[in-house]
Design a protein around this ligand. Structure first.
Ligand code: KG4
Ligand code: ZN
Length: 346
């Protein structure tokens, strides 16, 4: 019997609901993006995000059910992202999903957002199965995972401070680009010369799989400010190329080393920054050289979406990772933890 999962994603500024069948097939995928509103403030305003989720979540879910052409009673489980993310935003989606599960008398499945990003690859590549090494690079996280199984993963390395996406967005903002700046910097980088502005790699000495993007961010921002003080022009295209290349050269060798270290034969990428063309190009070249299979999801599955949560929710459901009535949400949580077993240590 096939399993239908309705999943809600509300960890940041997108109110999303998707319905999956047996994990790999997406019957509905509805997103209401708040990005334009937050762009007015140059970044996500948590309180506005929570309030917009409250306004939109019911409509988005109703639309998803209509799009899938199913009845609510056909659904086997209701899922929601419960960690990590903006806590107020997460609570809106999780409470909506818990209430829906209760009304339907179906299980509630809490999902880890980062695991969801990895699962975007299962939608894009129906033949892909763990084990594998995953790079998740987004606005909030930059992490290398050893994906042992669909619901078991180990954090091999992570950023100790800012995420790669945060660095792109901050540099974009200082350059006067609209928020979020990552995609715009990527476009501009194609016309630029990365060699014009040498920047420090976002790596940590003696920690072969960890990152630090705050130094790169500060170096780029200082470069812009110094030039402005001297009345010199910074060529945006060249700086965009330098930032993209520095991020790619910081991340790719470490992901490949992690795969080799863990004896994995395949690498997948995910998260908004995995849409970056320089990063994708370098991953392609280096994986080919290293004899590793590479899985790069299409751009629309890299950024936040509900489909990836509905896909991961199926695997969590099949593994028996069901939340109880007291299931809470958490702003931070390593992807190695089972969300349904995580206890608030506060
Ligand atoms: O995964 P995502 O949609 O949301 C989070 O979970 O954070 O990632 C958003 C991040 C933003 O920082 C955005 O600037 C960045 O992904 N991003 C990119 C590109 N497209 C989106 N960064 C670099 N190059 C891109 N093409
Ligand atoms: Zn995300």
């Amino acid at each position: 019997m096939s399993k239908l999962i309705l999943a809600v994603e509300s960890s940041c500024d997108e109110t999303a609901c998707a319905i999956s069948r047996d994990g790999r097939e997406i019957l509905a995928d509805v997103v209401y993006s708040q990005a334009d509103m937050h762009a007015l403030y140059g970044g996500v305003v948590p309180e506005i995000a929570s309030r917009k989720h409250v306004e939109k979540i019911s409509l988005v879910a109703e639309q998803a059910v209509r799009q899938a052409g199913i009845k609510l009673s056909d659904i086997d489980a209701v899922a929601a992202t419960c960690a990590p993310g903006l806590i107020g935003a997460l609570l809106v989606g999780a409470n909506f999903a818990k209430a829906t599960a209760l009304a339907l008398n179906k299980p509630f499945v809490p999902v880890h957002h980062i695991r969801g990003h990895v699962a975007a690859n299962y939608i894009a590549f129906p033949e892909l199965e763990p084990p594998m090494t995953a790079l998740v690079a987004s606005g909030g996280h930059t992490v290398i995972l050893d994906v042992v199984d669909y619901t078991h993963m180990e954090v091999v390395g992570a950023s100790r401070d800012d995420a790669a996406g945060e660095a792109f967005d901050k540099i974009g903002r200082v350059l006067g680009l609209p928020y979020p700046g990552g995609a715009a910097l990527d476009r501009l980088s194609k016309e630029g010369d990365a060699a014009k502005y040498p920047l420090p790699l976002a790596i940590i000495k003696d920690h072969p799989y960890d990152f630090s993007f705050s130094g790169l961010k500060t170096a780029a921002v200082n470069l812009i400010h110094n030039a402005q003080q001297k009345g010199q022009e910074v060529r945006t295209e060249d700086l965009a190329a330098a930032v993209s290349q520095t991020v790619a050269h910081s991340v790719v060798p470490r992901v490949i080393a992690a795969a080799k270290d863990k004896g994995r034969k395949r690498i997948c990428a995910a998260g908004g920054v995995a849409a970056n063309s320089t990063l994708r190009g370098l991953l392609e070249r280096e994986c080919e050289k290293a004899g590793l299979e590479l899985y790069l999801p299409p751009l629309k599955l890299c950024g936040d979406n509900g489909a990836m949560i509905a896909c991961q929710a199926y695997f969590e459901y099949m593994a028996g990772n069901i939340g109880d009535a007291a299931q809470n949400c958490y702003a931070t949580m390593p992807a190695s933890m089972q969300v349904c077993q995580f206890e608030n240590k506060l």
